[in-house]
Design a protein around this ligand. Structure first.
Ligand SMILES: *Cc1c(COP(=O)(O)O)cnc(C)c1O
Length: 374
């Protein structure tokens, strides 16, 4: 049993994917081949936004967005305390200050209430200018954008939606990557829409920001890449990855559908045994992870040991709150509280979740959770 089964996915779609890669090899158009611009059109249409700009990875995508907004020294950027390191890492990279915000333990996403407390705190107690909220669609469920948008409006902040794990999710009919003023995703292999290496993309409806990001991703190009009008990056998606993604997007919705069936099954049988993820009304998750919480860390470690003995893979996303990471030790706001994040870091465990999981495996996993507690 695999935690995320990329082998089966490849075997099932081998012919189309091999042909797509072979086609790039024959044409040797490895950088900015026509598949890259075609993929950008397909993804923009899929999400329902005007511009998709692909880039080298999901971390660069976040950085490119902050660069387009000229975020830098003296600016405060609000980031959930429970997320992958990248969501916070990009903030000091552009010279700004990350302010970590507690999550809602039911959804694992940024808590709008804690967000407003953090913004007020920064306004009253620091010289920083609040500029951006990075709202992460963690584990696949879109963040609480209704409330986040109200807060953004009240304090005049940009919303950067980090949908590295949320691609394929929805609120009502509106897709993830359409909620932020700018949104980003990652095509790292294990993400909901993964390629065969590193890759990422930026989404926006704003023409000026899209133009800037297209320039920044190729060394701040002007008329062409040898006319450099600003300091940029080298952050392109290569043609082979675009070709793979053009094949994988064709069966992507079906995969997410299957993940939702598995999640329903997990929740049905586990909700009275452990804390299961709560998907809010109107929300549709892409189920990048299915993450449960035990009573405490001892119970979690016991379960992990039991799963290991039974050859069922598990993972802990994430053991450490962002504000506790050594790399962020210069950005501590000791008056802000992180109770839900700490509780989740101490007690959470993710169980296998992918579209190729057999229902017999799902049953085995459910039984293992139950037995691990006995
Ligand atoms: C994976 C991930 C990223 C970074 O994506 P890469 O392509 O690995 O750079 C950013 N944010 C979140 C929430 C992620 O899970």
């Amino acid at each position: 049993m695999e935690f995320r089964d990329l082998k089966q996915q490849y075997q099932l779609h081998k012919t189309e994917i091999d042909n797509a890669i072979q086609n790039v090899l024959t044409k040797v158009n490895f950088i900015q081949g026509k598949q890259v611009s075609l993929l950008e059109e397909v993804l923009a249409q899929y999400v329902g936004v005007k511009h998709c700009i692909t880039c080298a990875n999901g971390t660069d995508a976040l950085q490119l967005a902050l660069m387009a907004w000229k975020i830098g020294a003296g600016d405060a950027v609000f980031v959930p305390d429970f997320t992958f390191f990248s969501s916070g890492e990009v903030v000091p990279l552009v010279g700004a200050t990350p302010v970590f915000v507690d999550i809602d333990k039911d959804t694992y996403n940024i808590s709008p209430k804690s967000l407003e407390i953090a913004i007020e705190y920064v306004l009253k107690n620091t010289n920083l200018n609040p500029k951006v909220i990075i709202a992460v669609d963690l584990f696949g469920q879109p963040a609480d954008f209704d409330k986040i948008m109200q807060i953004a409006e009240k304090y005049n902040l940009f919303i950067l939606e980090d949908a590295a794990q949320g691609f394929g999710g929805k609120i009502g009919k509106k897709k993830a990557c359409s909620f932020g003023d700018i949104a980003t995703t990652s095509f790292f292999p294990a993400k909901p829409l993964g390629c065969y290496g590193d890759g990422g993309a930026v989404f926006t409806n704003n023409d000026a920001w899209a133009d800037l990001i297209r320039s920044y991703r190729v060394h701040g190009k002007g008329m062409d890449k040898y006319d450099n009008v600003r300091i940029g990056m080298n952050s392109r998606l290569d043609t082979i990855q675009a070709a793979v993604l053009l094949e994988k997007i064709k069966f992507f919705n079906e995969e997410i559908e299957k993940c939702n069936q598995i999640a329903e099954e997990y929740t049905r049988f586990l909700k009275d045994i452990v804390k299961t993820p709560i998907v809010r009304d109107g929300m549709y998750s892409s189920w990048a992870q299915y993450t449960i919480c035990f009573h405490n860390s001892k119970e979690r470690e016991q379960a992990m040991k039991f799963f290991k003995e039974n050859s069922i893979p598990t993972a802990v996303y994430y053991r450490k709150p962002m504000h506790m990471q050594q790399a962020f030790k210069g950005y501590k706001f000791t008056k802000l509280e992180y109770g839900d994040t700490q509780m989740v870091c101490d007690s959470c465990m993710s169980i296998p979740m992918h579209a190729y999981l057999e229902f017999s495996d799902v049953e085995k996993i459910i039984k293992a959770v139950v037995r691990s507690k006995q």
